[in-house]
Design a protein around this ligand. Structure first.
Ligand code: ADP
Ligand code: GN1
Ligand code: MG
Length: 363
């Protein structure tokens, strides 16, 4: 569908195109692995088309990514790190020197070196990985705290504003463009009964009781690369939503994606459960790295898992009602299946909230 060779040719890769294939399991951007021949040596790159339906202003977004990755590289090199270029994404410039290229249709593309001997996981395999994931995202927030210059551009306004997300959900229910609402009344009622939870963090941020930080905002498990040999969380990726946010958004999405043994789109929701051992590993890794947390942020860490899982479930249901226009889907009821796993996970978290709080108090 895209002429990958021509697009690769827009970048200063100093290599001959061999082939390119779709890559990864992200729900938003179009990602490809490029195999190139560089003076006789096979090298890989990641080529991505920024999803302009989701990100309405891709160029300021790319300026954010450039600032964040430049700063990460600067810090790694200053610390004497031997494999700095494996521990942060780095943008390869286009032939005109810009950190991105535009094709004739106006699509914005970027290229990163392919990070080798490391991979992302769609499902967590052991609690040790949780420690690594949480540490990597915690350290990423530290980097954000020291980022010089203006605040980052807000690539998706109100991305985690759960009050607005709830309103959008209500609008989708009443518009019901595909006549799907009646068949999912049970799920709709489930979210309606939890409205009060949607306002809590938003209100604390508005009153200043919770601080606004530079956060990643999409800390799902498959947005961090773990080293194949050591298992270490070596590189945080998918930086499109790095912007002002709450630490709770980041920790909450780690709970959502790294504590259950079931896939996000598992059809058998009886498999979905929040495992305390995995939560404890996340809390340990995160609290070790995120030494800046205030008492209220710490207190709300267990609640953040409920909130972000609820938010994501509500977003999947909203997208199902609106006709699957936002998240990539692979089957007709994909978003509905995803919504149902999120509901099951929230119920599991609700049942264990006290024990989760006791664990946070330990760290
Ligand atoms: P999306 O926004 O669609 O989730 P991501 O930026 O997360 O896109 O990329 C999708 C997948 O591609 C990731 O989960 C990861 O497996 C892989 N990936 C992304 N960047 C790199 C990289 N620099 N090196 C190796 N793999 C990568
Ligand atoms: C999307 O891009 P990806 O797959 O890492 C989404 C997240 C959701 C997640 C649900 C920009 O993340 O907000 O939590 O799907 N990203 C965007 O799996 O909307
Ligand atoms: Mg991703």
């Amino acid at each position: 569908m895209f002429d990958l060779q021509a697009i690769a040719g827009l970048f200063d890769l100093r290599a001959d195109y061999v082939f390119g294939t779709p890559y990864g399991s992200g729900h938003i951007n179009d990602t490809f692995r490029l195999i190139m021949d560089q003076a006789g040596m096979r090298v890989s790159f990641i080529l991505q088309r920024v999803n302009s339906n989701v990100f309405k202003q891709p160029i300021p977004l790319m300026e954010n990514v450039k600032r964040v990755t430049d700063e990460a590289l600067r810090v790694l090199l200053a610390s004497g790190c031997k494999e700095a270029y494996r521990r942060t994404l780095t943008l390869i410039p286009a032939k005109d020197g810009k950190p991105y290229a535009q094709d004739a249709e106006g699509n914005v593309w970027r290229v990163y070196p392919f990070i080798d001997r490391a991979r992302t996981y769609d499902m967590i395999e052991n609690p040790g990985q949780c420690v690594e994931v949480a540490r990597a995202f915690g350290n990423f927030q530290k980097l954000g705290a020291d980022l010089p210059g203006e605040p980052l551009f807000e690539t998706i306004p109100d991305f985690h504003n759960t009050t607005k997300r709830f309103k959008n959900f209500l609008n989708a229910v009443s518009a019901d463009p595909l006549g799907r609402a009646a068949s999912v009344q049970k799920e709709i009622d489930w979210f309606l009964s939890r409205e009060a939870d949607c306002h809590k963090v938003v209100n604390y941020l508005a009153s200043g009781e919770l601080p606004l930080r530079v956060t990643h905002n999409d800390t799902k498990l498959n947005n961090v690369m773990l080293d194949d040999v050591t298992g270490e969380g070596i590189c945080v990726i998918d930086l499109d939503t790095t912007m002002p946010g709450s630490s709770l958004y980041d920790f909450g999405d780690m709970i959502r994606t790294s504590t259950s043994p079931a896939a996000e789109d598992e059809k058998d929701v009886s498999k979905v459960t929040m495992r305390m051992e995995y939560f404890e590993a996340l809390a340990k890794g995160y609290c070790e790295a995120a030494t800046f947390l205030t008492p209220l942020e710490k207190e709300l860490l267990p609640f953040s898992g409920k909130l972000l899982t609820m938010e994501c479930g509500m977003r999947f249901l909203t997208d199902y009602l609106e006709g699957d226009v936002y998240f990539k889907i692979k089957r007709p009821e994909h978003n509905l299946d995803r919504c149902r796993t999120q509901i099951a996970l929230v119920e599991s978290i609700e049942a264990q909230m006290d024990a989760m709080s006791a664990i946070v108090a330990k760290y």
